[in-house]
Design a protein around this ligand. Structure first.
Ligand SMILES: [Zn+2]
Length: 603
C-alpha cells in the first residue's frame, strides 16, 4: 500500500483560505443573497399569475444555500483541524451572519407559500422546475404555519447571531482549549487535551479510564457554571421562540426536522423500554468480564476482551475497511478507495484539534470529507467505517438537485451504521480468526447496542426532562446534575454500579450545545435500529438487496421517514413491532457473545 496521508487536502474547496478565489466566492454569494432577499420582498403574492417568479425565487434560494453550505463545510473543516486559529473562528462567525440572512430569505419565501391558496399551491407544485423539490417546498410551507410575522422572525435571526449562536460558539471555544491532568498508573502526570479523553476512555486498563474520567470531570466541574448558563440560554431561547411561534411542544420542531412523526418515535422508545433487558444483558456480560457486578459510566467504551491486535496503524485501519467493503459491497469499496487516494480523510493525532469525528461535504464540488483523530484502536476503525457510510450516502445523492440532497438526521445515521455492520461482518467472516479474536470482534460489533439502546435513551429522556423544567425558568446546575444521574440510573437499572453515574455528562457532551438543532441524539437510535433491520434483510437476501438499499438512500431527501421506508422496503415503521423485531434481532449475536464470555470465565 502506498504511504497514506494523515491530513486531508481541502484545495478543491478553495486553493487557499482567504485567497482571491475564496474572497470572490464569498462576495458573490453575499451579493446574490442580498439581492435575493430584496427580490423576494418585492414579489407579488403567489397566485396563478406569479407562479413562475416564485419558482425562480425558490431556485435562487436553493443555489445560494448550496454555496453557503460549501463555505460552512470548508470553514468547519479548517476550524476543526486547527481549533486555535482565530482567523477561522472569525470567518465562521461572519458566515453565521450570512446564514441568518439566509434564514430571512427562507422565512420570506415560506410566508409566501403559506399565504397561497390550496389551488394555487397545487399548480405551483406541478411546475417542472420543482421536480424532486416538492417535499422540500411542502415542508417549508408546513413550517411557515408555525412562524411569527416576518419582522419578528428577522429580528430573531439577527439576535440569534449574538445570542443562541454565540452560546454555542462559546461552548466550542472553551471546551476546545480545555486540558486535564492525566495521572498514569506509573505516577506520570501529563497535561492532556480534553479531545483525547474520549480515546482514553476506551483504554483497556480500568485505572486509566477511571482517572481520565475523574480528572476530566474536575475540569468540567470547574466550568460547570459556564456550561450550565449555555445550556439554559440555548433551551430558554428555544422555549421563547416556540411560544411565540405557536408551537405546542418542544419536540414538535425536532420531529419535523427529523421528518418523522411523534407516533413513530414513541413506538420506537416504547419498543426499547419493553425490550430493555436485551441491552442490559449485554452490559452485565461486560461487567462480569471486568469482575464487577455492573459497569460505571466510564466503562461504556471499554474494550472488554484482550485485543490480540497490536495498536493499529492507519494503513491497517484503512485495509480493514477496504477488505470488509470489498467482501460485500464492491461499489462502496471503490468509493472508499477513491476517498483515500484523493486525501479526503483527516486523521492525525495532534494538539489543537477539535474532539470527535464528522463527515461533511459540498454539493458545489460533489466531494466529501471525513474528520477524525485516529488513536490506533478498533473503535477508531469503526468510526472510520461509520463516517464513510455518511459520505457514501452523500455521494449517492450528488446527482440530485441541492434541496433533494438534504436528508434528515434520522435517515443519515442509517447509512453510517449500515457501513459499520459491513465492517464488523467482514471482519467476523475471516476464517483465520482465533476464538479470542472472534469473541473480541463479536463484542465490538455489539458495542453500539448499549450506546444506542441505553446511553441515547438516557440523553433523550434527560433532555426532555430538562426542557420540561426549563419552561418554568432557569434550572440550577445542581438540579441539572440530579436529572442527569437519576435518568442514568433509571435506564441502565442494575447494569449500572451504585457510584457509576456521571453527573457532568450534560456538560462534556457537545451535542447538547448544537444550536442549529435540539434533541440531536434520538436519530442515532432510530438510524441504528432501522439499519439493523435493513442489515438483517441484507443478510437474508444477499447482494440484490443493495439496489433497494440505494433506492432507500436516494429517497432520503424527498420524503418522510415513514414514506421512504414504505416506498423502498414496504415496511411500516409506525408499528412498535417493527422496532421490537430489530432489537430482538440482536439476540443471536448476544447469545454467541455470552457463550464466548462463559468460556472465557471458566477457563
Ligand atoms: Zn454519524
Amino acid at each position: 500500500m502506498p504511504e497514506l496521508s494523515p491530513t486531508w487536502s481541502l484545495t478543491s474547496y478553495f486553493p487557499a483560505f482567504d485567497g482571491p478565489e475564496y474572497r470572490k466566492f464569498l462576495q458573490q454569494t453575499t451579493d446574490d443573497l442580498n439581492q435575493a432577499i430584496a427580490d423576494a420582498q418585492a414579489l407579488a403574492p403567489l397566485t396563478a399569475n406569479t407562479i413562475l417568479s416564485w419558482v425562480a425565487a425558490f431556485r435562487t434560494y436553493e443555489g445560494i444555500g448550496a454555496r453557503l453550505g460549501h463555505l460552512s463545510s470548508y470553514l468547519g473543516c479548517l476550524g476543526s483541524a486547527d481549533a486555535a486559529n482565530e482567523a477561522y473562528q472569525t470567518a465562521d462567525a461572519e458566515l453565521a451572519g450570512q446564514w441568518a440572512q439566509y434564514s430571512k430569505l427562507s422565512t420570506s419565501l415560506s410566508a409566501g407559500f403559506k399565504a397561497a391558496d390550496d389551488k394555487t399551491w397545487t399548480a405551483f407544485l406541478q411546475n417542472e422546475d420543482l421536480i424532486d423539490a416538492t417535499f422540500r417546498v411542502n415542508r417549508m410551507r408546513e413550517r411557515a404555519m408555525f412562524q411569527m410575522d416576518l419582522p419578528a422572525e428577522a429580528l430573531a435571526a439577527d439576535l440569534g447571531v449574538d445570542g443562541i449562536g454565540a452560546w454555542g460558539r462559546l461552548y466550542d471555544t472553551v471546551s476546545g482549549k480545555m486540558t486535564f491532568e492525566m495521572k498514569w498508573p506509573d505516577e506520570r502526570t501529563e497535561t492532556t487535551p480534553m479531545s483525547q479523553r474520549r480515546s482514553l476512555l476506551t483504554n483497556r486498563d480500568r485505572r486509566v479510564r477511571e482517572t481520565a474520567f475523574r480528572e476530566g470531570n474536575k475540569v468540567w466541574e470547574a466550568h460547570e457554571d459556564i456550561m450550565g448558563a449555555a445550556l439554559n440560554a440555548i433551551a430558554g431561547t428555544r422555549h421563547t421562540l416556540y411560544g411565540r411561534r405557536g408551537q405546542k411542544h418542544f419536540l414538535d420542531a425536532p420531529f419535523h426536522d427529523a421528518a418523522v412523526s411523534r407516533h413513530t418515535v414513541d413506538a420506537m422508545f416504547a419498543a426499547i423500554d419493553a425490550n430493555i433487558e436485551v441491552p442490559r444483558r449485554l452490559v452485565k456480560l461486560n461487567a462480569r468480564l471486568q469482575g464487577t457486578t455492573g459497569i460505571a459510566w466510564f466503562d461504556q467504551d471499554a474494550p472488554q476482551l484482550p485485543d490480540t491486535l497490536p495498536e493499529l496503524s492507519w494503513e491497517r485501519a484503512v485495509e480493514m475497511c477496504d477488505q470488509a467493503f470489498a467482501g460485500s459491497y464492491p461499489k462502496l469499496r471503490a468509493y472508499f478507495q477513491a476517498m483515500i487516494e484523493q486525501r479526503w480523510v483527516e486523521n492525525e493525532r495532534r494538539p489543537n484539534k477539535r474532539a470527535g469525528a464528522f463527515a461533511t461535504g459540498s454539493s458545489i464540488i460533489s466531494e466529501e470529507r471525513i474528520f477524525m483523530t485516529f488513536g490506533g484502536t478498533m473503535t477508531d476503525v469503526t468510526t472510520l467505517a461509520h463516517e464513510v457510510g455518511h459520505t457514501w450516502h452523500s455521494h449517492l445523492l450528488n446527482s440530485l438537485r441541492p434541496c433533494a440532497q438534504n436528508y434528515p438526521m434520522t435517515l443519515a445515521e442509517t447509512a453510517s451504521t449500515f457501513a459499520e455492520s459491513i465492517l464488523a461482518d467482514g471482519l467476523l467472516a475471516n476464517p483465520d480468526l482465533t476464538e479470542d479474536q472472534r469473541a473480541f470482534l463479536l463484542e465490538r460489533s455489539l458495542a453500539h447496542a448499549p450506546a444506542f439502546l441505553l446511553d441515547i435513551p438516557v440523553r433523550f429522556k434527560f433532555e426532555s426532562r430538562f426542557y420540561e423544567e426549563r419552561q418554568a425558568g432557569n434550572v440550577p446546575v445542581s438540579r441539572i446534575k440530579e436529572l442527569m444521574t437519576a435518568t442514568q440510573r433509571e435506564v441502565f437499572g442494575d447494569a449500572l454500579l451504585e457510584d457509576g453515574v456521571d453527573p457532568w455528562f450534560w456538560a462534556s457532551k457537545l451535542h447538547f450545545y448544537i444550536t442549529q438543532l435540539s434533541f440531536y441524539n434520538f436519530p442515532y437510535t432510530f438510524g441504528y435500529l432501522l439499519s439493523s433491520a435493513l442489515f438483517q434483510e441484507f443478510k437474508r437476501e444477499g447482494e440484490s438487496f443493495l439496489e433497494r438499499y440505494e433506492t432507500f438512500l436516494g429517497l432520503t431527501g424527498r420524503a418522510t421517514c415513514e414514506e421512504v421506508v414504505q416506498q423502498s422496503l414496504g415496511r411500516d415503521i409506525r408499528e412498535e413491532a417493527f422496532w421490537a423485531e430489530a432489537i430482538q434481532g440482536l439476540t443471536p449475536k448476544i447469545d454467541a457473545y455470552a457463550a464466548a464470555v462463559e468460556a472465557r470465565l471458566s477457563s
